[in-house]
Design a binder for this molecule. Structure first.
Ligand code: HEC
Length: 188
């Protein structure tokens, strides 16, 4: 879809100034024609796969692989602690650990452990966006491992836990039932 939109924009956006600036326009036109020629061309499965990395709450979309708490501790120390603190207490990046039992208080501490309703979202978010300075640089095994460590530090999985697609999706997060459907009409 993104490829299609870009090509569409090249068609629509190049029109108005084309006549006035002949040589540059001709050069740009040639470039545009290459892109426009791609409209209607099926996008390769490999190209879609690179973008199609979302994981649903029920675990749909989780890749093969696995990772344990001990490995996750090493990954975290190496690639996350600089921003999130050695114990996930938060520095430049958010606090990731603790806060259980504070949500109804005057000072709610919203973390992965206290607030997030699905453990699968943790995998999705880390794989997609973290480390902040090098997103999508971790292997699936590393993401499983560092997720396991964060969940372990939050008291959600035991020290010897090894997470994979099946076991991650089976976790019931403490705040799973803490959300209510938005009653306002309409959709965002
Ligand atoms: C360079 C700094 C940096 C590094 C390194 C980094 N993070 Fe982050 N992280 C952030 C920032 C900043 C945010 C908030 C991003 C936002 O809200 O858009 C964040 C947000 C998060 C969140 C969401 C927290 C929440 O409650 O919303 C998780 C989970 C997370 N990081 C995990 C990790 C993991 C795991 C690693 C290591 C693999 C990592 N981060 C490495 C800076 C970093």
């Amino acid at each position: 879809m993104i490829v299609g939109l870009t090509a569409l924009c090249l068609t629509a956006c190049s029109g108005p100034w084309r006549e006035g600036r002949a040589s540059q326009a001709a050069a740009d036109d040639a470039t545009s024609r290459g892109a426009i020629g791609a409209i209607g061309t099926p996008v390769k499965a490999a190209d879609i796969a690179a973008w199609n990395i979302d994981v649903a709450p029920d675990g749909h979309g989780l890749p093969a692989g696995s990772g344990d708490v001990a490995t996750g501790a090493r990954v975290f120390a190496l690639k996350c602690a600089a921003c999130h603190g050695a114990k996930g207490e938060g520095v430049l990046g958010d606090r990731l650990i603790g806060g259980r039992g504070t949500l109804a208080s005057d000072k709610p501490v919203r973390t992965v452990g206290s607030y997030w309703p699905y453990a699968t979202t943790l995998f999705d978010y880390i794989r997609r966006a973290m480390p902040y300075n090098a997103p999508q640089s971790l292997s699936a095994d590393e993401v499983y491992a560092v997720s396991a460590w964060i969940l372990n530090q939050n008291g959600i999985v035991p020290d010897d836990a090894r997470l994979d697609a099946h076991s991650l999706a089976a976790i019931r997060m403490p705040n799973r039932d803490g959300f209510v459907p938005d009653p306002r009409p309409g959709r965002l």
